[in-house]
Design a binder for this molecule. Structure first.
Ligand SMILES: NC(=O)c1ccc[n+]([C@@H]2O[C@H](COP(=O)([O-])OP(=O)(O)OC[C@H]3O[C@@H](n4cnc5c(N)ncnc54)[C@H](O)[C@@H]3O)[C@@H](O)[C@H]2O)c1
Ligand SMILES: O=P(O)(O)OC[C@H](O)CO
Length: 331
């Protein structure tokens, strides 16, 4: 895999493109915004989405989707709610047999579909799928700080080839065969990071944070197993690893949004101030609907959804969680 296409030049697409260049690959990064294309090619910067990270001059950006599809593997890095529309444009341009690597973390709100379901439905039949997930803030990856992620695929050998193509001394992918497990962890941890931010902003204490992380991981695991994931995946980088990172750092858009909510600010006001995507907002609703449909108990995700999307007041949401019946820990 020498030539890598990257679809989406937000923070994560740009950082992944940069790390692929560092790994010695020829990389073409597609951006929907012509100004971003020009800036990357001319100034070797993406000030809009990845400020303060000088980019390798070998990184080429393009406004032409077809140019990014001329690749041995294509990384899909557009926000979850836009992925289907972009895949529809990509489908006629797709190079047969080229793997699609999902790097977005979310669940489609309109359908409850995982990102792999979206891609499977829209890209040509037989396209090998993989998912790159795990604890990875874009700015740190772009700067070459040490990072470990999971690359999962259910097609023999694909994850291993991608590991070889993208891995460097400081960007260290581990391969896995559990595609569903890897992507479920990445999607649901965003909702739990909002919850953790809320409790931090509201000053509910360190004990509450530990309880939330532990019971949150139990929610990820319950849903992931029901969708077909392997239990051990949720203890790995794409599960516990990403939850620990995202739910404890102000670098996270999801955590910082939760923090502001916990301090009493309104969701609309917080969202109006940011251009960057905060995936957990839509995914809270999507995951809660999916859990309800499948009869899976996910009280923390449901509480975030109630606060964000159904107008429930914060004290009421917290009270609802604290007055749940006592129960056995496992299961
Ligand atoms: N930023 C990170 O540290 C990071 C790390 C791992 C995974 N991710 C995931 O990567 C995905 C992309 O996030 P990001 O941080 O690169 O985004 P970002 O917030 O930096 O940028 C937003 C992106 O959305 C694009 N966009 C806006 N409207 C669009 C539309 N209508 N159609 C298509 N694209 C549109 C913009 O062009 C831009 O590329 C998300 O699912 C996120 O969870 C991000
Ligand atoms: O900034 P966030 O909350 O979108 O999180 C970014 C990454 O998913 C962390 O692994």
């Amino acid at each position: 895999m020498q030539r890598i296409g990257v679809i989406g030049a937000g923070a994560w697409g740009t950082a992944l493109a940069q790390t692929a260049v560092r790994a010695g690959r020829d990389v073409v990064l597609w951006a929907r915004d012509a100004a971003v294309v020009d800036q990357i090619n001319r100034d070797h910067l993406n000030r809009e989405y990845l400020p303060g990270c000088p980019l390798d001059p070998a990184l080429v950006a393009t406004p032409d989707l077809a140019a990014a599809c001329e690749a041995d593997a294509v990384l899909l890095v557009v926000p979850a709610q836009f992925l289907r529309a972009v895949c529809r444009d990509l489908a006629p341009l797709w190079r047969p047999g080229s793997p699609a690597v999902l790097c977005s973390k979310g669940i489609e709100l309109s359908s409850g579909a995982l990102m792999t379901d979206v891609v499977r439905a829209e890209l040509p039949a037989g396209t090998p799928l993989a998912c790159l997930s795990g604890p990875s803030f874009a700015a740190e990856v772009a700067k070459g700080l040490p990072t470990a992620v999971t690359i999962a695929s259910d097609v023999d050998g694909v994850a291993e080839q991608l590991v070889q193509a993208l891995g460097t001394r400081t960007f260290r992918p581990y391969h896995s065969a559990d595609l569903i497990g890897a992507e479920t962890g990445g999607a649901v941890k965003n909702v739990l990071a909002i919850a953790c931010g809320i409790l931090e902003g509201a000053g509910l204490g360190d004990n509450a944070r530990a309880a939330l992380l532990t019971r949150g991981l139990a929610e990820i695991t319950r849903l992931g197993i029901a969708l077909g994931g392997q239990p051990q995946t949720f203890m790995g980088l794409s599960g516990m690893g990403d939850l620990m990172l995202t739910a404890t750092s102000m670098q996270s858009r999801n955590f910082s949004l939760g923090f502001a909510l916990g301090q009493g600010r309104a969701l609309a006001e917080i969202l109006a101030e940011r251009k960057a995507v905060t995936e957990g907002v839509a995914t809270a609703a999507a995951v809660t609907a999916l859990a309800r449909q499948r009869g899976i108990d996910m009280p923390l995700c449901a509480a975030v959804d109630a606060l964000l999307n159904h107008g429930q007041a914060l004290p009421e949401v917290i009270d609802g969680l604290l007055t749940r019946p006592f129960r056995q820990e496992q299961g």
